[in-house]
Design a protein around this ligand. Structure first.
Ligand code: HC1
Length: 576
């Protein structure tokens, strides 16, 4: 350890710690606009400047990259520091489109917050020539508005390093520099996988999901439409953050109440379809295991991962489960089984989904996702969009009393809800597959080895005399590492779960933005995941094959898992 002083107060931190980390340990948050822990220590934005004295007088240094040294004195709050930050910010603002009133990030924009904190009074003092960019709306899920970009390059790091996709970077040089795809192609023309991790880290409104809230409002206002909504597992673990609840608060009941007040005809749960997915995918796994099918079987619920597989590992698409994602299974069942039950023409139904994910916006428009001759799902919203709709409708979210989902598509088990955390699909599948193969009840339903936020997890379970080898990866750079091990023959798993976003859907690209301090130093992913595991533990039924609603669906409509009708509605195909 080394002893240093921060603002005159002595403290001791591990050698090699950066000033930024040391200050955090001493409960002082130094503002950052580009820093991302472990992946983007480039010191580009110069907002984290502090004064450091190593015996040669005070010098301004960038706290995110400058390491502490013995007896260093650090000053984070002097007039010189504040002036340096303010000046840098004013320069950024001089080329930033400042239409804060209508910006989607107004109220939680990091740039706006800093301008307020630093007392930037007239952002126009450096005004002069600026660049003007076309908004890129070519991708199904998001827009890029470079007029609001501050060139922090966090999106570039998220895309290239976290996700190993790398379809964006800096184009041109100097004053003309802008972030975009190679040759300035539209994002929709590249091999972007729609994960939205770039949006999650963007400090401003330069990147945002495509907003579909007005389409939803129009559908609700149309009396000829029966408009139903489904909510993904992870939404209940994130939505509360839009209304000031601490990270890790379960707001399932309030969310249901709010959706009813927005005017949806029925409020259902994607978790129902997650249970259904386990029935289909579990059956597929057992079939492949026992009949020499293609292994490892790889899960198919995460559309960012599916697109990644199709673009970057086309030879492995045969390993993918043919199951549609729960979002899509829900829509297919709603527009067939439920529509028939209710006597509604599927053409008059609008299925809206609320997802923690931006790739779900892309998924709804994929080929082979319209089992009933109409799209399985019509509109996919992110958690953030739902938050905005509730806010705009004037619904006092905090004051709402908990309400229950509608039946029959609102019934779910603990296995369905843990889908939203990395390892959850695997655990849910194991609860069913092990019981089916061993023909007896599991003594414990908790498969701890596949829980937790590590990027890659491995486990082997002896199931009915066979050692079943499993792996779980979240985040696409981790997926790449795992798949390379499989391809090289270094690993021979039977079953793999892959989720596109690090930590799984709880950290999806459509979840509420978290502060830089939480993102870099907090454990927001684990806190959100704990909501799902508590929700699971509190359920009376925790195994997908014991979901009474799913059983009835098979008994009265689909016949059995893997049936012809189940295949027609619930399975899909991939492109190479
Ligand atoms: Fe997910 Fe899924 S868990 S993909 O992570 O399989 O988005 O939450 O809805 O479809 O159920 C997301 C979450 C979600 C699907 C399910």
């Amino acid at each position: 350890n080394v002893t240093i002083k921060i603002n005159g107060v002595e403290t001791s931190v591990p050698a090699g710690t950066t000033i930024l980390e040391a200050a955090h340990m001493a409960n002082i948050e130094i503002p950052t606009l580009c820093f991302m822990k472990e992946i983007n220590a480039i010191g580009a934005c110069r907002i984290c400047m502090v004064e450091a004295n190593e015996g040669r007088g005070n010098r301004l240094v960038a706290a995110c990259v400058y390491p502490v040294s013995p007896n260093m004195q650090i000053f984070t709050n002097t007039p010189r520091v504040l002036e340096a930050r303010k000046r840098t910010l004013e320069l950024m603002l001089s080329t930033h489109e400042r239409n804060c009133l209508s910006c989607v990030r107004s109220g939680n924009c990091e740039l706006q917050q800093l301008a307020k904190d630093l007392g930037v009074e007239d952002a126009g003092i450096y005004d002069g020539v600026t660049n003007h960019y076309e908004i890129d709306g070519t991708a199904a899920h998001m827009i890029r508005d470079n007029n609001k970009c501050i060139l922090c390059r966090r999106c570039v790091a998220a895309c290239g390093i976290t996700q190993s996709v790398g379809v964006i970077g800096a184009n041109e040089r100097g004053f003309k520099t802008f972030i975009g795809s190679a040759f300035d192609m539209g994002l929709g023309e590249t091999s972007c996988v729609s994960c939205g991790q770039c949006i999650a880290v963007c400090p401003t409104g330069a990147l945002a999901e495509k907003d579909s809230t007005s389409e939803v409002l129009a559908a609700i206002a149309d009396p000829s439409k029966h408009v139903i909504v489904q909510t993904a597992p992870a939404v209940r673990a994130g939505l509360g953050e839009c209304f000031g609840y601490p990270i890790g608060t379960d707001v399932e009941g309030k969310m249901v109440a709010a959706l009813r007040r927005l005017g949806f005809d029925k409020v259902f749960d994607t978790d129902f379809a997650a249970d259904l997915t386990i029935m289909e995918e579990g059956t597929e796994f057992i079939d492949r295991l026992q009949n020499g099918g293609k292994l490892p079987l790889i899960t198919s619920c995460s559309p960012g991962w599916i697109k990644f597989c199709e673009h970057y590992y086309p030879d492995m698409t045969e390993n993918l489960s043919s199951c549609k994602s729960p979002q899509q299974m829900f829509g297919a069942v709603a527009k067939s089984y439920y529509a028939e039950k209710m006597g509604i023409d599927p053409k008059d139904m609008v299925v809206v989904s609320v997802m923690p994910c931006t790739a779900k916006k892309f998924e709804i428009g994929r080929d082979d996702q319209a089992a009933n001759g109409v799209p399985d799902v019509d509109i996919a919203l992110t958690t953030r969009e739902l938050g905005r709709m509730i806010q705009r409708a004037g619904i006092n979210f905090q004051a709402l009393l908990d309400e229950e989902f509608d039946m029959p598509l609102g019934l779910s088990t603990g296995a369905g809800v843990i889908f939203g955390a990395t390892g959850g699909v695997m655990e849910a599948a194991l609860r069913t597959v092990v019981e089916v193969l061993e023909k007896k009840e599991l003594p414990s339903l908790d498969f701890q080895e596949v829980r937790g936020m590590e990027g890659i997890k491995e486990a082997t379970y002896n199931v009915a005399g066979t050692d079943v080898k499993l792996a779980v990866a979240s985040g696409l750079a981790n997926a790449r590492m795992l798949l390379d091990k499989v391809n090289s023959g270094e690993a021979d798993y039977h079953f793999i779960e892959i989720m596109g976003c690090p930590g799984g859907c709880i950290n999806g690209g459509g979840q509420p933005h978290v502060s830089p301090a939480e993102r870099n130093f907090g454990d927001y992913r684990a806190k959100r995941a704990s909501v799902l595991y508590s929700n699971d533990a509190a359920k009376a039924v925790r195994k997908s094959h014991e979901n009474a609603g799913v059983k009835e669906l098979y008994d009265t409509y689909l016949e059995k898992p893997g049936s012809h009708k189940a295949h027609q509605l619930l399975h899909t195909t991939y492109v190479k």
